[in-house]
Design a protein around this ligand. Sequence first.
Ligand SMILES: NC(=O)c1ccc[n+]([C@@H]2O[C@H](COP(=O)([O-])OP(=O)(O)OC[C@H]3O[C@@H](n4cnc5c(N)ncnc54)[C@H](OP(=O)(O)O)[C@@H]3O)[C@@H](O)[C@H]2O)c1
Length: 352
Amino acid sequence: MDDLTGLRLAAIAAAKAQPEQTFENPRVGAVIVKADQVLAVGWHERFGGAHAEMNAFHHLGAARDAQGATLYVTLEPCAVRGKVAACAETILDWGLARVVIGDLDPNPATHGLGVQKLRAAGISVVVLDTDDSRQLNPAFYQYHEQHQPYIQLKLAQSHNGYVSAVRGQRSKITDAVADLDVHRQRARHSAIIVGSETWRIDQPRLTVRDVVLTHQQPQRVVIDRRGRLAHEPAARLKDWLVYTENARFAQQENVVLMSAGLPGIIADLGRKGMQYVMVEGGPTLMRSFLQAQLWHECLIYTADRLLANGVSGIVLPQLPDDIQRIGHTQRQRYINQEVATCLQASRKPLVV
Ligand SMILES: NC(=O)c1ccc[n+]([C@@H]2O[C@H](COP(=O)([O-])OP(=O)(O)OC[C@H]3O[C@@H](n4cnc5c(N)ncnc54)[C@H](OP(=O)(O)O)[C@@H]3O)[C@@H](O)[C@H]2O)c1
């Protein structure tokens, strides 16, 4: 089997990982091949769980089968002990002949270290610089390469483009089937942002429901420039992170003074370790994110139902990159090609 075919199989395995389960960890796949036979396949299944290489190893008939085999893995084996032991150390005991890696880890703390450890132990290592890992993990690459979160905008609208039937009132736009998809989207995010108007009107919980989580709930964030929420009971803002330009309000716990607009908020969330940020409206705040080019992808859920009147949604000046039918709702996914450096094929020199 040639190396690109082996890596392609590993990428197919990686794509089986559900982003709502891997959360801030990358989706990684691995296959173990010997004498042109695929002996085992594995992928990283959930945040904090075994890594892809380990899952493949555990699927071998016997541990000794790995002796003299080639491991294909989409992302460089980790070199730093985290929630699990470092793979680049564990796999030294397997007796592998070769390790073929799709891409180096973009995390500066471990970039290249896995390759170094394997080579130092006498294992032949090839890095082919394929872009499957980047395509599968845009937020992971964005965060580690640009030191900024990946931003997903999301809005639900009626068939005729309204996000709410009456100004000042909450309207249910999507059905339970589409809502489950939204909860799965939420589950992959480190933080979810809403505008102050949505916070006041909808009083959203912004929690992940109906999805089994093995990681924490996303951090709930509200942007309240003027500080209209300053007099809300403290219990209502408990566990929320508030950004405001109101210096007095900013003296309260969990309230941050924003001095550099939306880019400043995004930078601050990045410093707080938030890798993947979702903006769930309303349309005013979303237009501001769009105008500032502060977005990587946008999901618009368009329900089949019509509303007679209401609050208008947003119009994106580009075609969707992907359209999916989810029950009685159409989900359109737009990718911002202007800023999606995380999705561009890497042009790093090959490490051979
Ligand atoms: N269907 C859906 O998916 C969906 C989702 C969410 C909400 N909604 C509906 O949308 C309506 C509310 O939306 P909305 O558009 O009126 O309000 P919104 O977007 O929720 O909130 C607007 C507020 O966000 C802040 N903001 C806007 N741009 C900003 C910027 N560049 N920098 C900092 N802060 C900024 C402003 O606060 P300041 O005024 O203090 O400056 C502004 O008043 C409600 O009816 C709600 O039910 C629908």
